[in-house]
Design a protein around this ligand. Structure first.
Ligand code: PHE
Length: 353
């Protein structure tokens, strides 16, 4: 299974370490260093087995290459997964991140990481004790802090741009949005949408957490089948598949989760269903802009805000190209990424920043 996964993957290499103390698999996937060192978050999660974890990491790393290319950043793409028997806490957690920090350090800067599902500022601080190749440590430790507000803001701007493309107006007042997953990004997105006057349905496996957002909680089971203007997946990936797409009753899919499409063909199913899909790695780039922009590119807060708002224009361009060429929005996004990657993304085809 490992063999097949790596054979099919178009990335550069994966570094795999089994951590005997915790029985965790540390899987660092460097998908592309074409535009610069590989960058991407570290996901902490338990999986059915190491192969399932590797598959997730490989796919996520490819998404990072495209994400950072589309954003016009001088960075390659990678991703790491720490596949654990159980998500650790306390001292066991600290020690896991110390050893993981040593692994990152051994890669000599070819991979730079940041937070992702189940990892946060405090974990980045621990990694940072062993290596400087980490984004989003706490501000007290000299990092840029939690990026999730900027991921949420990017998705918010992206939802407005998608509404404008579909309806001619980006006004959120009275629009119904389903936010699926109210973790660090989903909860902040729900807040932004509520403040703009939207009707916000929230679902989460943890119902208390959903309720705390101020939105209207709906049961996680069957949430996808509710009628709404926008479905915003903000939990784990692959919620869009041959099974779920026929049941959707939204007009737009635009959310923060990575790897929303189970298969690339699912983009075609959405198009046939008349649903406009905001490609995940385009709309969710705000977190990467935060970490990389503030820490690597020397941006100030104003510049970051402008870049995050610019996600709206990138999406609008993608929708126009998809319409003009009668292709799916994910294909249009992929072409844009490929252009940046082959044109040496930092040359003539790079955006003015
Ligand atoms: N979780 C972020 C993402 O998927 C990863 C990230 C954060 C990468 C900060 C770089 C810096 O985009």
């Amino acid at each position: 299974m490992f063999e097949e996964l790596l054979r099919r993957w178009d990335g550069e290499h994966a570094v795999i370490r089994h951590d005997s103390e915790s029985d965790a698999w540390m899987l660092v996937c460097l998908h592309s260093t074409r535009l610069g060192p590989a960058m991407g978050g570290t996901r902490l999660k338990s999986y059915e087995g190491p192969a399932e974890a590797l598959e997730d990491a490989l796919r996520l790393s490819a998404g990072m290459t495209r994400k950072l290319a589309v954003l016009g950043l001088p960075c390659g793409g990678g991703k790491a997964v720490l596949a654990v028997p159980d998500v650790p806490t306390g001292n066991a957690r600290r020690r896991l991140f110390e050893r993981y920090g040593e692994l990152i350090e051994s890669l000599g800067g070819s991979f730079v990481t940041g937070p992702d599902v189940n990892t946060r500022e405090a974990d980045m601080d621990v990694i940072g004790e062993r290596t400087r190749h980490v984004f989003c440590r706490s501000t007290a430790e000299g990092g840029s802090g939690d990026p999730s507000i900027h991921t949420a803001l990017g998705v918010y701007h992206g939802i407005r741009a998608t509404l404008a493309h579909v309806d001619g107006s980006d006004d959120l007042a009275g629009r119904k949005v389903l936010v699926q997953g109210t973790g660090s990004v989903g909860a902040k997105l729900a807040r932004l949408l509520l403040d703009a006057g939207a009707i916000v349905l929230v679902s989460d496996v943890d119902e208390e957490r959903a309720r705390a957002t101020g939105g209207s909680p709906v049961p996680a089971d069957g949430a996808l089948e509710l009628e709404c203007d926008v479905y915003a997946p903000c939990a784990l990936g692959a919620t869009l598949n041959a099974d779920s797409i026929p049941k959707l009753r939204c007009r737009i899919v635009a959310g923060a989760a990575n790897n929303q499409l189970a298969e690339p063909e699912d983009g075609e199913l959405l198009r046939e269903a008349g649903i406009v899909y905001a490609p995940d790695y385009v709309i969710n780039g705000g977190g990467a802009l935060h970490g990389i922009g503030l820490e690597q590119l020397g941006w100030d807060a104003d510049r970051l805000e402008r870049e995050v708002a610019g996600i709206a224009d990138t999406l609008t361009g993608i929708y126009r190209q998809a319409d003009a060429e009668r292709i799916t929005t994910n294909e249009a996004a992929e072409r844009l990424a490929a252009e940046r990657l082959s044109g040496g993304g930092l040359g003539v085809s790079a955006p003015q920043r």
